[in-house]
Design a protein around this ligand. Structure first.
Ligand SMILES: Nc1c(NC[C@H](O)[C@H](O)[C@H](O)CO)[nH]c(=O)[nH]c1=O
Ligand SMILES: CC(=O)[C@@H](O)COP(=O)(O)O
Length: 164
């Protein structure tokens, strides 16, 4: 059996509740990433909540805390999207921020069985960031949202015991 979640039609994901956690370290980049993610989620009829944190390193814990609180409150999130931008500076801090945020998101997604799109840019300079953030160009924000929705669509089918 072969399933490609990308190949599934971009059908709506009715009733999906998605958590967006963004790091506004670079405001302009964050605006573009968020615009892309919102457009993708709204095109799929998914509702979303937004939490803003200082930097990429805060995103994984914020997702974990918010997902747990929503589950305890009886309104669980179906998926999450992480948005941010990490630009290399003069020191090795880039490797920590980029690597640790990515690793924590991967661990969280697997441990929680949570469809999670990673839209944290890790780039060498602002020009690379803008090229990847702009909705009109690579639109990594929208891509991260669509990746999470693709996994969610398939997860729903598996849970419902049906193969789409
Ligand atoms: N340099 C960047 C950071 N650094 C801040 C960290 O993410 C974190 O907020 C701080 O270490 C306090 O825990 N964050 C980014 O998102 N992007 C960067 O380029
Ligand atoms: C990714 C970072 O932490 C980086 O922007 C910090 O810059 P620097 O390495 O020059 O302190």
């Amino acid at each position: 059996m072969i399933t490609d979640t990308r190949a599934e039609p971009r059908e709506p994901v009715p009733g999906a509740r998605v958590l967006i956690v963004e790091a506004r370290y670079y405001d302009g980049i964050a605006d573009e990433l968020l615009a892309g993610a919102r457009a993708a989620l709204e095109a799929a009829s998914a509702s979303w909540d937004l939490v803003t944190v200082d930097g990429a390193l805060e995103i994984p814990a914020m997702i974990a805390i918010a997902v747990d609180a929503a589950r305890s409150g009886g309104r669980p999130y179906d998926a999450a999207v992480a948005l941010g931008c990490v630009i290399r500076g003069e020191t090795g801090h880039y490797d920590i921020v980029a690597g640790e945020s990515a690793r924590a998101l991967m661990d969280l997604s697997v441990a929680e069985r949570l469809p999670l799109g990673n839209g944290i840019l890790t780039v060498e300079n602002e020009a690379q960031a803008w090229a990847r953030a702009r909705v009109s160009e690579m639109n990594k924000g929208g891509g991260a949202a669509e990746a999470a929705l693709g996994v969610l669509r398939h997860a729903r089918r598996l849970r419902e015991g049906t193969r789409g």
